[in-house]
Structure formats: structure tokens, C-alpha cells
Design a protein around this ligand. Structure first.
Ligand code: ACO
Length: 326
């Protein structure tokens, strides 16, 4: 017994920032960003909070699943950029949608959605008829240094959500972590303790792009091969691979190494950029709403990110109310 995905939702900030607009205050160009990353534009919060995006995504996912917030048994949010440390993002969503269940946040950086699915699977083993809401949301515009062209052109803001109900669709899931504070890192708040003796430190996320690139490709290929083996499936059995939307070149490299055709790797990176852990559920919701997911399809998901963390899974798509009525 695992679960089925019964509803999807997503929300992006209204403001769209094109590559050309970044070129007005950074030494960069549309040509450089597009050719190195596949990104053409991204959505960036102006007046929206991460709570707003998360609540919108949650409401859409619940409507798709045909479930009332009061019926939920658990809410898990994955984020590295909450509006507040306390209350948690999940508690803010719980209050806003009128849910009554326990709620907590997790931080597994860009792999957060896969980590949340794995936690949810354990919960379903405890209570089979659970109804769980997962929201992955990040406002990376708060964490990047907008003077650093090597990083701010990559990231963006958004939220994606799923509702999980009783089912048997998760075929295999695997998480990894390899503690590392050099390849990708972002400091927490420093506070103003009169006892602290540390020098002021950098408040922005920093990353070694080429190392992340190598880590991303090799770990996704390894993790996807592992979950295929765990579920006794071959590459050819997979209909769609939802890979973390970090860079179009990473998608191409994983497709080539896995010998899974590029057309099985849908992508929204051109208009969404890298929304951290929100990227996979946002893409899932876009595909669901566009009618591109058919009941019985076998989906693979794979993510990688700060920590360093990775996660991958194989999931059968049963369809939600949206996809079953298209
Ligand atoms: N515009 C113009 N030039 C730039 C820009 C920019 N925005 N950014 C860097 N450059 C310059 C560099 O300064 C460098 O110039 P130099 O040769 O004069 O020194 C040159 O472009 C090449 O820089 P590289 O870093 O070697 O470029 P690369 O081809 O490796 O592309 C990139 C950089 C896009 C970051 C790539 O390494 C990458 O995609 N890595 C993976 C990053 C990633 O996926 N991160 C997120 C995953 S983890 C997570 O989601 C949290």
C-alpha cells in the first residue's frame, strides 16, 4: 500500500522577468542565458508572499482531488525560503485553507518534493486511508544575490502541490544525502547576539555551477537506474521523466545517458526557470492541466540539490478529476 496522486495545483507570481530585462542591470545577455540554460523568462514575487503562492497551489490541488481541507490528515511543505521560521509555511497554509491536521516543513533543497513523497509513503503505512497535502514552494528571488550574474539568472519563484490518497501507485522511491557545504550553500540568519564572535557573513546562496552540473547529471542517471531496478522496469517502460528543472542541458545529458528519448522529458524551464523543490510539482500540474497525462502512464521523477540531496521515484499515474474529464 502506498498512495495515488489525486489532485495537482500550482501557482506562479504575476511578474514575468525576461532575460532581456536582466540584461538591463547585469552584464549578461538573452543569448548567453538561453544557450547555457534554456531559460527565457521566470516569474518573480513582487507583492506575493510564499504563503500566497502555497495557498493558491493547495486550493487548486484540493479542488482537483475533490477533497475538503478539513478532511486532510497531514500537510507537508518543502521549502528553503519560508516567509517565517515560525509559524512554519505548512502551519500558515493549514490556517488559510481551514485544515485541522498536523503540519510541518522540511528542508531538502531542490529534492524536497521527493523527500516529502517518501515521508508520505511512511504515513500511509501507518494509516491507509490518509489524505495528505504536499506543497513544495520556494521564492529563490529572496536568496540570490541580484548582483551575481552567475546565479540570479537561474532561479525563480513558484509553488506546486499534490493531494495524495490511498492507492498503490508508488512503485519505488530512493533518497540520498551527502553532506557538503561547498558546492551549494546559503547561510541562515546571523542574529544580533552580544555574545557571538563571528564575522558578518554572506547572506546569499552561492554555488559552484560546474560541480553542480556534474553532480546533477551523474546522480540523476544513478538514481533513475536504481528506481527502475527496484521496480523491475526497463527504460522503455517509462512514459514521462519529470526531472528537476535546473538547466535544459542537464535534461539533455540525462536523456542521452539513460537512452530515454528527449521527448519523454517535458520541460517548462524556458518560462519558469529553476524554482527549487517546486519545479517538479509545478511541471506535473502543467502537464495534468494540459491533458498530457493519461491514466496508466508510468512516470519517473528525479531531483538533486543543496545538501547535497537527491531523490528519485517511479509512480503510476491514475489520473485526477482534471485528467479523467479531458
Ligand atoms: N551571463 C554572461 N556570462 C556569464 C553569466 C551570465 N549570466 N554567468 C557566468 N558567466 C560567465 C562566467 O563569468 C565565465 O566567464 P569567463 O570565462 O570570462 O570566466 C563564463 O560565463 C563561463 O562560466 P561557466 O560557469 O563556466 O559557465 P557554464 O557553461 O558552466 O554555465 C551554469 C554556468 C549555467 C551555471 C552551469 O554550470 C550550470 O547549469 N550548472 C548547474 C547549475 C544548476 O543546475 N544549479 C541548480 C541545481 S541545484 C538547485 O537547484 C539548488
Amino acid at each position: 500500500m502506498s498512495f495515488s496522486i489525486s489532485g495537482t495545483g500550482s501557482s506562479l507570481p504575476r511578474e514575468i522577468v525576461t532575460n532581456q530585462r536582466l540584461g538591463s542591470f547585469l552584464d549578461t545577455s538573452d543569448e548567453w542565458i538561453k544557450s547555457r540554460t534554456g531559460i527565457q523568462e521566470r516569474h518573480v514575487c513582487t507583492e506575493e508572499t510564499l504563503r500566497d503562492l502555497s495557498v493558491n497551489a493547495a486550493i487548486d490541488a484540493l479542488a482537483d482531488a475533490g477533497i475538503e481541507a478539513a478532511q486532510l490528515d497531514l500537510i507537508i511543505c518543502s521549502t528553503i525560503t519560508p516567509d517565517h521560521f515560525v509559524p512554519s509555511l505548512s502551519c500558515e497554509v493549514q490556517k488559510a485553507i481551514g485544515a485541522l491536521c498536523p503540519a510541518f516543513d522540511i528542508n531538502a533543497a531542490c529534492s524536497g518534493f521527493l523527500y516529502a513523497l517518501d515521508i508520505a509513503e511512511g504515513y500511509f503505512k501507518k494509516k491507509k486511508d490518509s489524505k495528505i497535502l504536499i506543497i513544495s514552494a520556494d521564492a529563490m528571488s529572496k536568496l540570490v544575490d541580484w548582483r551575481d550574474r552567475s546565479i540570479c539568472v537561474l532561479f525563480a519563484d513558484g509553488a506546486g502541490a499534490v493531494v495524495l490518497t490511498q492507492g498503490n501507485d508508488l512503485k519505488a522511491i530512493k533518497l540520498t544525502a551527502k553532506g557538503d557545504d561547498q558546492v551549494i550553500a546559503a547561510n541562515g540568519p546571523q542574529g544580533n547576539s552580544p555574545f557571538a564572535v563571528m564575522e558578518p557573513y554572506d547572506p546569499f546562496v552561492r554555488m559552484s555551477g560546474q560541480e553542480v552540473y556534474r553532480f546533477a547529471v551523474s546522480s540523476s542517471v544513478r538514481d533513475l537506474a536504481n528506481v527502475l531496478e527496484m521496480s523491475n522496469l526497463q527504460e522503455g517502460d517509462i512514459d514521462i521523466v519529470l526531472l528537476h528543472q535546473a538547466n535544459a542541458r542537464i535534461l539533455e545529458a540525462v536523456s542521452a545517458r539513460m537512452k530515454i528519448p528527449q521527448d519523454k522529458f517535458p520541460s517548462n524551464i524556458a518560462h519558469c526557470g529553476n524554482t527549487s523543490s517546486a519545479s517538479i510539482p509545478i511541471l506535473l500540474d502543467e502537464l495534468n492541466r494540459a491533458g498530457k497525462l493519461k491514466p496508466g502512464m508510468m512516470l519517473a521523477m528525479s531531483a538533486f540539490g543543496g545538501g547535497l540531496t537527491t531523490g528519485a521515484c517511479i509512480l503510476r499515474w491514475q489520473g485526477t478529476n482534471l485528467s479523467n474529464h479531458q
